[in-house]
Design a protein. Sequence first.
Length: 483
Amino acid sequence: MANVYVQCPTDAPSPRARDWYRVRYIFLWLLPITAGIAFLVLLPWGIYAAVPHDSDLHPHGNHGEQASAMIIIALVCFFFVLWMSGSAQQLRFRSGMGFFGGIGGESTDAAPITVAAIKAAVQQFRVMGVVPTVVGGAWSNVLRMESAAGPRLHMRRMKGPVPGLDLTWYAGTECMEVNNALRKLKSPMQLINVPSYGGVTLGAWVATQGHGMTGRAFAHGPITVKAKVLDMRTGIETDDGPEKLLDKFGKGSERAAQYVILFVTVAESPTLVPDAKVLRQGRWITTVEDAKWVNRKEAQVAVMFVGGSNTLALTWQPYIGDDISGGGWLMDIGILMFAVLGWGLGDPRGQGRDRTERLSKVPAFFHFYLSPVYIWFFMLLRAMNPEFYTSDLDLTPELTLKLTTELQDIYSRYTGRCELRFTGKLTYFDLFALSPGAYREVLRVLATNGVKKVAQHPGKYQLRAEEFACAGLDLVTVYDVAR
């Protein structure tokens, strides 16, 4: 397939004011990166200068004053890097608090530690005539490359289980913490539709309609839990199920901005399943039979990663029998590289490549720590991670093969990969790209395969409506495609 994108006549500058988020993040994290390099250079140099030694430039001896200065500067650099790496400071940088506000924070923000404190803070904001921006881990700000508008209501301190309520956690609790707690129950359980990165908070997971990785064994919508929600405009609290949560958070950012999730109950979620033994298998998608295999209902979890030369399919299904320990750590590294970059893996199918493991391994399979240095390079390269939902595709084995073949052709010409998932009537296209040409061609592939309406994942990189119109697609809300 040739490059098909033509400059659309309706293309126009974004109506949103230019956000210097990338510039701020790159500049601010140059400081600790530079300090870290200075520490690594100055400390050994200072130690060497402090130890008596021979030199062509001076008699046997040391450089006491110079050594002291270098060691002191090295230690200052070390503690500066340590401080900048603190969780609170990193959160400020991720949320985009002004040019230097990320270093010290901003006085207009609130970070309550109790539900009563949240209500008091919201009441104070109402008196001021503003609705605060709710911030969890601020990972959406990283992916969207845009700042959280102030004042902000930080939920990072609202963590842990809610006393007296079964399988209920405060909204600031990370998804990984919840699954760790579920694994320790008398009858171990797991949530398998949580985000691929476990550092996302429960509140953000619900508010951005996170869906995670499931398969044909499930037919649920994007939201599968219940939550206590506070309307910040009226002060009214409600106990909401999946449909009401989709109504509040799935109809666009303006409506969603007036609500804050206080805590989340996972007890009745259809994706809360026993932490049983599962069989992990993989294969390249090259035939209709391969596509039929990845779409089978026996698989609790199924996911496809489309790269430039291959499409990797991974499935996990319940398993009873002797343990199998195929693959090894080299295959795990290869799978991780392919999942992130779309290359770097040998044939995943064949004797000795299957593996049995607990289901709890699956939600954590693609977790890797998103360090500030990783994010710094993410920003420097302007890596884009948009994601689209649609309910217009009947993902048959034949269509699965056709889509993956056409997407593979796109990524043979553009750096990146597409993660393809499905649950019930919804199909998800999770893109990683360094060039706008990649996602523009993906949109056109969707249109030529019968897609009419598309929703964007609200927590990821946001494309302008003109991009969808150019491809002949209607950009709608998650509510429109999920209900």
